[in-house]
Each structure stands twice: as C-alpha cells, then as structure tokens.
Design a binder for this molecule. Structure first.
Ligand code: PRX
Length: 675
C-alpha cells in the first residue's frame, strides 16, 4: 500500500486518520465496496461496481479527489481546499494551501521503500543494449543535476527548455527542475531548430539542456547543432548543458557546459523546494488552429495525481510490472505515461529511443520479450505499419508477459484494433483505446477505467475515467441528452489533471476551451455516443490534423508555405492515409508571372516545412492551382477542398456561395492528375 512508501523523508507529512474518517463518513452513505476497485483506498467500503464509484467521483468530485490526493501523494503540508474552479472563467485550482515536491513523490519515497527497484529501462536505439536505472540511481542523478542547475543560477519559477531524446538524463532533467521548483519545457527532438527557437523564446528560458547528438533508427541527428542554430534567435538563453549520447565531440561555445562532467562535482543530496499545488510543473507546446503553437501549462499536485491514478487503473498496473510506453518524452504521452504516472506509482518504466521498424519490424515484440513488458502503450499509426509487414514478426517473439495493450493519439481503425488484439495480444489481452489530449493531462475516456473485465467494443474509447463527465453538444450549443447521437465533445466539470492556462495568454485559453460552450471545457473533438452510452471519437472539429499520431495545425504549415517568395497563398488539408492516419495535402497558388518548375518548387517547399517545423508536417502532395475556392466574402471554403482530397465528390454540398465555381472544377481535375 502507498502509505508504507509514503514516509520517505522529513518532507513527507504523514497521512491524517482524522481527515480520512470524515471522508469515509461522507462515503459511508454510499455503502459501496470501493475497496475492490481501489484497494489502496482502504475504507471505501461497500461499492457495488465501477459505475457507482464513477458516479460518486463526478457528483462528489471534491471529496473524491481530496481522498485520492491524500492517499496517493506525499505532502509537505496538507491542502485546505480540494477544489476551487470556475470553468467559464478558466480559473482552475486544486488542492490549495498544499505544499509538495513532485520529485520527492516520484523518487524519494520509493528510494526509502525499495531503493534497488528499477525505475527506468532505457531501451537504446541499438537493440539489446538497454540500461537499467534504479530508483536510488535516478534520485542521485536528479539531485546532482538539481544542485548543478541551482549553482548555475536556475531559480524557482524559471523555465528550463529540454531538447533531448528519451533517455535517463532527460527524465533526471525533468525531475531536477521539479526538485528545485523550475518549470520544464520539453521540446520534441524531432522538431527543427526554428520550431525549437520559437518555443524557447515563448517560454523565455535562459537555460537549455540537450545532448551532443541523437541516435534513432541507426541514424545520428545533430541536436546540439540544432540548438546552436536555434539560439541565434533566442537572446534570453545564457547557458546550455550538453550531455553526451554518442562519443562524437561537438563544437562547444562559451555558454556550453559539459553536463555529466559538471554533475560529478555535485552533492548527492538536493533539498527539494516546497511547491504550492498550483505552481507550474511544466509547459508543453501543442498545435491549435492558429499558426502559433500554444504552451499549455500544467501544475504540480493535480497533474501528478491524475497521471498516477490513470496509469494505475487504465492499464491495470500492479507493483512489479514493467510498463512500456513507446511515445517520445517530447509529447504529453511521454510526460504522463513514460515519466510522471509510472514514477509516482513506484513503477518500472521503459524509455524507448528507437523506431518500430529498426532494425526490423520485430523491434517492439523482441523488446517485449527481452524486457518482459507487461503493459504496452503505442500509437495506431505504428500498429498499421507493422500489420503490413505480416504476423511472422510478432510470432517470432514470446509475448506471454503482456497483460494490457494500449492505443493513443488518434482513432484506431477496426483492422488495426483486431490485429493488435488477435496477433499481438494472442486474443487474451484487453486493448484499451485511450482518448485524451495535451490539455487534459491524462486519459479521460477509456474502455476500462478500473474494472478488469468490462466489455470492450473495438475502436471505441468507451467510458469516462473517474471525475470525468463527458457531454455532447449540438451545433446550437445545447447539450445532447439522448444516446445514439453525435456532437462536439465537451467535459462538463473540471478535473485535477487539466491544463490551467496557455503560457502568457490566458485569454487564448479562455477563448479556445471555455468560451465555445460556456461553463464547459471544449475539447475540439467530435464524438459519437452509442445506444449503450459508450463514446467513440470521430475526429477534430477544427483545423488541426493528426499525422502519425502527431498533432499539427494546418495554419502552422500554411504560414511556412506562404513565406516562400513565389507563393501567393495556400490551403493545407488533412486527408485519410492508410498508415499515417492523416496525410498532408497542400493547395498552392503562385504569384502572377512566376515561372518555376513545379517539381523543384515542391522540393523547396518541403524543405522549408522540414526546416521550420518537422518532417512529419511535410506535405505528401502539393497541388498548384490558379485559385482557391472562396466565398464571396473571401473565405477559403475548406469544406470543399476536404471533400476533393477525400475523393467524396458527391459530398461537395452547396456550392452556390462560391465566388467562382470554376475554381472547384480546376481543383478536381488537378487532383485527379496528381493522385
Ligand atoms: O483528436 C484527438 C486525438 O489527438 C488529439 C490530442 O492530441 P495531443 O494533444 O497531441 O495528444 C495526443 C496524446 C494524448 C485529440 O484531440 N486523439 C487522442 N487520442 C485519441 C484521439 N483520437 C481518437 N482516439 C483516441 N484514442
């Protein structure tokens, strides 16, 4: 039970029996045997099933989360108010008055209880060369790094940008920030120098942590060089810590610090900062429907609690299991389910540095066999890719340790779901299709929020997690109460894991999430609710697309394409792609009189997107057109473009508001020639 691990240091306040008693008094009326669902919440007596507890968690949200927070987190001082939220104003506060340290929760208490338990298994790019790091070692790394950052002037409230692939030093960097009270801003190491620079500037970091080079799929990437390029336009940055992933030296400048060398000079003990529950833990940039990525802000206690609870229940994680989330730490999935959730639960978590097909398409399953992975959590795009290579790559390896298979980031089509279940899981492992977002902090809708035997319908995210109340809205902003209906997916009340704001732009936070349906959190997704009341995500309702499980705003790509001198304007559309989920299709109008060979121009536009964003954002198709279909008021009719690239000409709909109907004919013709 948690409490036995919960007295790790003087910073941990022991759990108060009195508080629990009063909570159980409230719960007592429920007479439900919650202990069967949440065994460590001893005293939740008599709950008759998941739905009773789910209902309670929604109707008595403050009491439910207060009990969970006392149970699961170690506090330096207790909170006095569990919940103080006003969704319509975007004011969200959980566990006010409480002080804690996230790194103590993820490390110290486990070191106290079981120091030699493996915390991280670093599955390096080279198969068979994994590195295991115990809780004791990870705490030591974190403390040395925390001391180093402090000695070099990083203070509580600063924001440190981290540009590293998944590796123990990246996790130690995140936790070292948490230890000293700095926020971190992890930037996906696949982002270009310019995308990195934009995120460093917005976060106003003065410190960056990186590696000399990355290694992925047998290829070396020049991460330190990318940082050097980025910093040419980041005047706030004063120092760069460089860890050595390869033996190859890289050019160092006066502001660069060799990280491992300097860490060795530091003490193994680092005083943890006492953080308020609502202090910032991290920023994470994600795409929206404008060209500028938004830095979503997650705070300390609520985020950690939600990551820990979802990790435990959604995946049926037990003590001693090896949890294999193959997402990169640069995305929210890596934050919540490679790092914070598993470590808060004292688990063993895999950091996957490679690709699903390196050195061959058996990579995942060979790793499952070698590391004895119990829960495997990945993206549908990889599953779709692997199923094309055939079952033999799966059958070659022993997967008998697997208990749960998870899917995240995009809809999983039935073929991929069936293959994952039947071939990878031998028909005996539940597949949990988990729906959530960078904004939600953790999983919100998932087939088995707690019950190990609940029914699962292929391709459906199914049921809300504890404390989550999903609602569907019609086009007029009215709540749809019946089943067998589709609408805009909103969440009716706050939960501890949700983002609090957009860094430096609370107004944008309110406008994006709180104003579309006042009093509700708007997710940007559409969903269908079945006759039985189960949820299925139908896709984005805005101009955000999902390529290989990576989210990108079409406006971001358009901004880059439009910068090219010969380009007058462009429209980027997502289209169905059988491996990537969605592909990127660009319609480009050139300036009058421009004479450039189209093939060469396509190459240059692709290079620009690669240079300014990342490889995954590069268009698969570029169609040059004389004009885009527009309304008389000059608005691009994206609906029409979407139907053309989806090859659904019957669905073009009403074209009477078009300024120039001939534009559509030209586009259809050009599309046929290109594809
Ligand atoms: O459209 C939804 C899709 O991914 C979006 C969130 O992207 P991001 O913030 O990058 O986080 C990805 C990892 C949580 C959502 O708005 N999405 C996520 N999970 C699913 C999904 N679409 C369908 N089914 C899912 N299980």
């Amino acid at each position: 039970m948690w409490l036995s691990c919960g007295c790790a240091s003087k910073y941990v306040v022991s759990f108060s029996r009195r508080v629990f008693k009063s909570y159980f008094h409230v719960l007592g009326r429920w007479r439900c045997n919650v202990a069967a669902l949440m065994p460590e919440a001893a005293g939740f007596e008599g709950v008759s099933g998941h739905s009773a507890l789910q209902e309670f968690s929604v109707s008595h949200s403050a009491s439910f989360w207060a009990a969970a927070a006392r149970q699961r987190l170690s506090w330096i001082s207790p909170f006095h108010t569990a919940q103080d939220c006003d969704l319509s104003r975007g004011e969200i506060k959980w566990f006010e008055g409480g002080k804690l340290n996230v790194s103590v929760n993820c490390l110290d208490r486990h070191v106290h209880a079981c120091p030699e338990r493996v915390a991280l298994i670093w599955e390096r790019d080279e198969p068979g060369s994994e590195v295991k790091i115990t809780y004791r070692q990870l705490l030591e790394m974190t403390c040395r790094l925390g001391n180093l950052l402090r000695r070099r002037g990083v203070r509580k409230g600063d924001c440190v940008s981290i540009y590293m692939p998944p590796c123990p030093l990246a996790v130690a960097s995140m936790l070292a920030c948490a230890r000293i009270g700095a926020a971190h801003n992890v930037v996906f190491a696949g982002f270009s120098a310019e995308a990195l620079a934009e995120r460093i500037r917005d976060a106003q970091s003065s410190t960056v942590i990186t590696v000399n080079q990355g290694v992925r799929g047998g290829k070396v990437t020049e991460l330190k060089k990318a940082v050097d390029t980025a910093l040419q336009s980041c005047p706030t940055v004063q120092q760069v810590f460089v860890a050595m992933r390869t033996d190859n030296p890289v050019a160092m400048t006066a502001r660069d610090i060799v990280m491992e060398e300097e860490m060795l000079k530091e003490d193994l003990v680092c005083e943890p900062a006492a953080m308020d529950s609502e202090d910032v833990l991290f920023l994470l940039y994600t795409s929206g429907s404008t060209g500028k990525p938004k830095g979503l802000v997650h705070t300390q206690a609520g985020y950690l609690l939600y990551a820990a609870l979802t990790h435990k229940y959604v995946f049926n994680y037990s003590d001693g299991d090896v949890f294999g989330c193959v997402a990169d730490i640069g995305w929210i999935t890596g934050h919540s389910y490679s790092v914070y959730g598993p470590l808060a639960n004292g688990g063993t978590t895999v950091l996957f540095e490679s690709t699903p097909i390196y050195p061959d398409p058996g990579r995942y399953w060979e790793m499952v066999q070698r590391l004895k992975i119990n829960q495997f959590y990945g993206a549908p795009t990889a599953i779709r890719l692997l199923l094309k290579y055939g079952d033999q790559w799966v059958h070659k390896y022993d997967r008998s340790t697997l208990k749960t298979l998870g899917s995240v980031g995009e809809p999983i089509n039935t073929e991929a779901w069936e293959w994952y279940h039947r071939v990878v899981g031998d028909g005996r492992c539940p597949v949990v299709d988990t729906w959530w977002q960078t904004e939600t902090g953790g999983i919100c809708i998932t087939p088995r929020p707690s019950e190990p035997d609940a029914e699962i319908v292929p391709g459906m995210a199914m049921r809300p997690f504890f404390g989550i109340k999903p609602v569907l809205m019609d086009t007029k902003g009215k709540v749809l109460t019946s089943n067998d209906t589709s609408g805009a997916l909103c969440i009716a009340q706050p939960w501890p894991g949700m983002a609090r704001t957009i860094h430096n732009n609370h107004q944008r936070f309110i406008e994006t999430y709180c104003q579309p349906y006042p009093g509700y959190f708007f997710t940007g997704d559409g969903a269908y609710r079945s006759k039985e009341g189960y949820y299925q995500i139908t896709g984005r309702l805005d101009d955000v697309i999902n390529v290989c499980g990576h989210r990108i705003g079409t406006a971001e790509i358009e901004d880059v394409v439009n910068q090219y001198p010969a380009v007058a304007e462009s429209a980027i559309i997502g289209y169905p792609h059988n491996i990537k989920g969605q592909g990127v299709y660009a319609f480009v109008v050139l300036k009058k009189g421009v004479k450039i060979q189209e093939e060469e121009l396509s190459r240059q536009l692709n290079n620009m997107v690669l240079k300014k964003i990342a490889k995954y954002a590069c268009p698969d198709f570029i169609q040059f057109v004389h004009r885009l279909p527009k309304t008389r008021s000059g608005k691009i009719m994206r609906r029409v473009l979407r139907k053309v690239v989806e090859q659904d000409l019957d669905g073009l709909g009403d074209l009477s508001t078009l300024d120039d109907p001939a534009a559509v004919e030209e586009i259809i013709q050009g599309h046929r020639e290109l594809c």
